[in-house]
Design a protein around this ligand. Sequence first.
Ligand SMILES: Nc1nc2c(ncn2[C@@H]2O[C@H](COP(=O)(O)OP(=O)(O)O)[C@@H](O)[C@H]2O)c(=O)[nH]1
Ligand SMILES: [Mg+2]
Length: 224
Amino acid sequence: MASAPSSAKPAGAEPEPALAPASAPPESTGGNSSVHLPDTARELVKILVTGPFGVGKTTLIDSVSEIRPLHTEEQLTEASVAVDDLAGVREKKTTTVAIDFGRISLKGGAVLYLFGTPGQERFRALWDDIAYGALGALVLVDTRRIDESFDALGLVEESGLPYAVALNTFPDSRSYTEEQIRVSLDLDPDTPMVVCDARDTHSSVDALLALVQHLIDRSIPEPR
Ligand SMILES: Nc1nc2c(ncn2[C@@H]2O[C@H](COP(=O)(O)OP(=O)(O)O)[C@@H](O)[C@H]2O)c(=O)[nH]1
Ligand SMILES: [Mg+2]
């Protein structure tokens, strides 16, 4: 009988998660001041974080980034009010016109470069450039405005990127069953779907890890 390896943890110890951030994620929004890649960095992975206006892309990247996140935001103008639906996001004063950028290092050597990307159809011209080289996408969905996610899902599917869906919860979100949302979004049964609060670091990390696990699963060939 094979004996347990000497590094085995004592009974009752928490098992090491297969996927986890390399260091404790920043506790405060805005990231910490670390800029250098950890020595463990082995694979650099580009990930898109997309979804409609006001769904929480900037918030999610802020909550997980180990570097000070980069944002290209512009003042929301009267002109854009007709285009960007403010329902449910009245307090929002800026809208992302290009990208957010952040970084998170995972145990095992993968470093995720996060590109927050507008998912509205009118940003299609930017899409191919921003998606270039990406391995996957996290599509954020606000269940109060499900139909506004269709553009982002369409752009991701057209580009052939594997993706996971994160339902960002707001206080007045109604609760739906997973099945109802999957049907509304017409999701493939294999597409991961998680609930998250983009303001919460651990919740946002978990949503990203669901995507990374999906990318890993897809890269492992099916047994014949
Ligand atoms: N209650 C709640 N508010 C959120 C959440 N995520 C984002 N927000 C708020 O929703 C607004 C829009 O978020 P933002 O990240 O700017 O959206 P973006 O346009 O997708 O980048 C901001 O005022 C956030 O503070 C969430 O999970 N829960
Ligand atoms: Mg934004």
